[in-house]
Ligand binder design. Structure first.
Ligand code: PMP
Length: 435
């Protein structure tokens, strides 16, 4: 049958009705019509391995999640001002995945909204405004979230750093000025947080409201922080009276394999954690997790309400996602598959000088391409070429980092050894292909 809406026509219609500030993946546009497990299918029926979707976490269109959504949607969907057990069953189960005293949840609809609320909580509770963020961070599309996102405000179209935000150095063990993953390196990078606290003190006479950081930097280029970085930074921020917000929008729900949350290996218990993307396997939901003490201090008389956040359908979906992670052993699967994938990528690095660094925990992996392993000159064009070549060979990936030279690999956790083999083979060919 002839497709009445081929890619070229959809592009034209997009240009009429959608904002030109929306981007689209690949010069060769893809019309994706179906997803299943770790695979996406285009309008011609062609399958692609989805190597970069940390939203459809337990696999595209997972039947258990779809069934839970349909069942609850057929029965009731309303707001959180009525009593309902699903929100309690869900938040009790979700908060129990965190260490004490993180036991209170606010349910919202997007990662941006979660960070917006986290910042508002920190500013209300401390009575302060100034916030420290990491260089190259992205925390969302709302006003307050953009204000703590150098990834946006320091690039094209951005207006630079707002006066109430200070940027600490991205603790990059590969490209940064302190190398390696030792605790000494982590402590050295945390010095930049101390410096920004001093700047805030000098201008306001007090410490920051908050320090916000991902547990692993996503947009910064899949950057894993050296040991003791977050714990040392957190201690400095708390000593100055500020709260520690850890953004686990990309990193949570077992993806890193070793632990359920990625702040764990950093030896820190945050004051506030924000969740999103994988929490609903694509259903728009997100959460802010904090302590009873902070939640009480935030409850100053102004009501918190979200029309959609925490509705019974979303909670049923969230519950189903937790079921699948548990029943299919996906955290352990992420660990073993991630190790397998990393071994394959390291073997490629032995043969391809373009690969400067392979880094990863579980199925959160980065491959940094460089023109020269001594100078670390970014191989930006090669990275784009590799991503396009791999798409031609049925594997979807994308690039990130300050120089767009890091291949980011964060597939749905339905991704297994077979898909890892295909991905490694496609990358091998892409790196070998003449250009
Ligand atoms: N925080 C991080 C670390 C993110 O990667 C993103 C989305 N890319 C967000 C927050 C914002 O989430 P959302 O797009 O759901 O608003």
């Amino acid at each position: 049958a002839v497709d009445p809406n081929p890619p070229a026509l959809l592009l034209q219609r997009r240009a009429q009705v959608l904002s030109p500030s929306l981007s689209i993946s690949y010069a060769h546009k893809l019309k994706i019509v179906r997803g299943q497990g770790a695979y996406l299918y285009d309008h011609t029926g062609r399958a692609y391995i989805d190597g970069v979707n940390n939203i459809c976490h337990v696999g595209h269109s997972h039947p258990h999640v779809v069934a839970a959504l349909a069942k609850q949607a057929a029965q009731l969907n309303t707001n959180t001002r009525y009593l309902h057990e699903t929100i309690l069953d869900y938040t009790e189960r979700l908060t129990r995945t965190f260490p004490e005293p993180l036991r209170v949840a606010f349910l919202v609809c997007s990662g941006s909204e979660a960070n917006e609320l986290a910042l508002r909580i920190a500013r209300t509770v401390t009575g302060r405004q100034h916030t420290i963020t990491l260089d190259w961070a992205y925390h969302g599309n709302t006003n307050a979230a953009i204000d703590v996102s150098p990834y946006k405000f320091n690039r094209k179209g951005g207006r630079g750093k707002p006066a109430h935000v200070q940027i600490a150095t991205l603790p990059d063990p590969y490209r940064g000025s302190f190398k390696g993953t030792s605790a000494a390196t982590g402590v050295a990078y945390a010095q930049s947080v101390a410096e920004q606290i001093a700047v805030i003190r000098a201008t306001t006479g007090q410490g920051p409201a908050a320090f916000i950081a991902e547990a692993i930097s996503g947009c910064g280029g899949q950057v894993f922080f050296p040991d003791a970085y977050l714990s040392t930074s957190a201690a400095l921020v708390r000593k100055a009276g500020g709260l520690v917000i850890v953004d686990e929008v990309q990193t949570g729900f077992g993806r890193i394999g070793e632990q359920f949350w990625a702040h764990g290996p950093q030896g820190v218990i945050p004051d506030i954690v924000t969740l999103g993307k994988p929490i609903g396997n694509g259903h728009p939901m997100a959460a802010v997790i904090t302590t009873a003490e902070i939640a009480r201090a935030f409850a100053n008389g102004m009501e918190f309400f979200s029309s959609f956040g925490g509705n019974p359908v979303s909670c049923a979906v969230g519950m189903a996602v937790l079921d699948v992670i548990e029943q299919e052993g996906l955290q352990h699967h992420a660990l073993t598959t991630g190790e397998y994938l990393k071994r394959g990528l390291l073997a490629l690095a032995d043969r391809h000088a373009l690969i400067g660094d392979v880094r990863g925990q579980g199925l959160f992996v980065g491959v940094e391409l460089v023109q020269d392993r001594e100078t670390l000159t970014p191989a930006t064009e090669a990275a784009t070429r590799v991503v396009n070549h791999m798409r031609e060979h049925g594997v979807l990936l994308s690039t990130d980092g300050p120089f767009d030279n890091v291949l980011k690999i964060k597939p749905p956790l339905a991704f297994g050894r077979l898909e890892a083999d295909v991905m490694i083979d496609a990358l091998d060919r892409a790196l070998t292909a003449p250009h």
